[in-house]
Design a binder for this molecule. Sequence first.
Ligand SMILES: [Zn+2]
Length: 336
Amino acid sequence: MVLFNENNRIAFPRYGIQIPSLPTRAIKTVEALKAHPLLGPRSAEWLIEKIPNTIGKEDLLRAHTTEYISDLYSDKLEERLLAAYELIDEEGNFNRYDPDSAEAPLVDLLEDVTRIISGTYRNIQLALDSGFNYFLGGGMHHAHPAFGHGFCLVNDICTALLKARAEGLIHTAWIIDVDAHRGDGTAEILAQTGEITTISIHMAKGWPLDKPQKQADGSLNPGWFPGDVDLGIESGEEADYTPRLMEALNDLEAKQGLPDLFFIVAGVDPFEGDELASTDPINLSRDQMFERDRRLYQFCQEKNRPSAWVAAGGYGQYSWEIHARFLEWVLQERLG
Ligand SMILES: [Zn+2]
């Protein structure tokens, strides 16, 4: 039901990284659910804390290029980490990074990342068993086949889904990415995988779509790599967000039928109270955020297909409240 273990996340301050991704988001969500008068006493029925480590280099190779993954398992790892987490600016100075304050070497972060992918993979298994599961972690949708991007070293969504597919757990899936930022890495990794369809609803402008579509050499800027369904939302179109998403899902079903699994990248950063500057162009209210998740959940239920949800983006002191409100509702629906 709700999968969470404190060890399956990246403790950025441990490495001297100053990214406003508060570790308290998932912890506060679980605390709120445990304090709920009806859910609290029944936590054994919905809280799952055991996440076996299942992800190795061979799994990463399904989603990423051989060269990139070889780099991660060599002395080039640090360089790749500095790039993925944008820890060096254009002048070559440290950016949001203070190695002197670190308690652990940066390269240890790779293990944290593979533990997160283990969570995303376990989440898929649990969703297939019970019809619904929500991992309070994961959602590294900006990692491309050959490089990390936007705080994402590797892509847990693609790695976990391609592992599940290779093992015969699923044949087809839809990734429904409702994070504020476009799921650019996921789109590129799965471009050749017809069985997995990528749907992203995101800010029409702003990162990662803030650069021209084409680079000087004529190639696409990575942020623009097209997915199967791309829905760009302009500032001021917040009221249209959920209706447009639902319309697109119904159109897709009419076109290609239903998948074995819905995978929801449930970022809460479209919320107006999100504190990451790059999400300023989109401002869904608390009620609009709840409506988005409730309608998505109901869509999956009506179609009688399992759904696996990952927390993805959410920044600042209020984002946990968005997860908590939806989960309070959905757990009561499911537990009866
Ligand atoms: Zn995001």
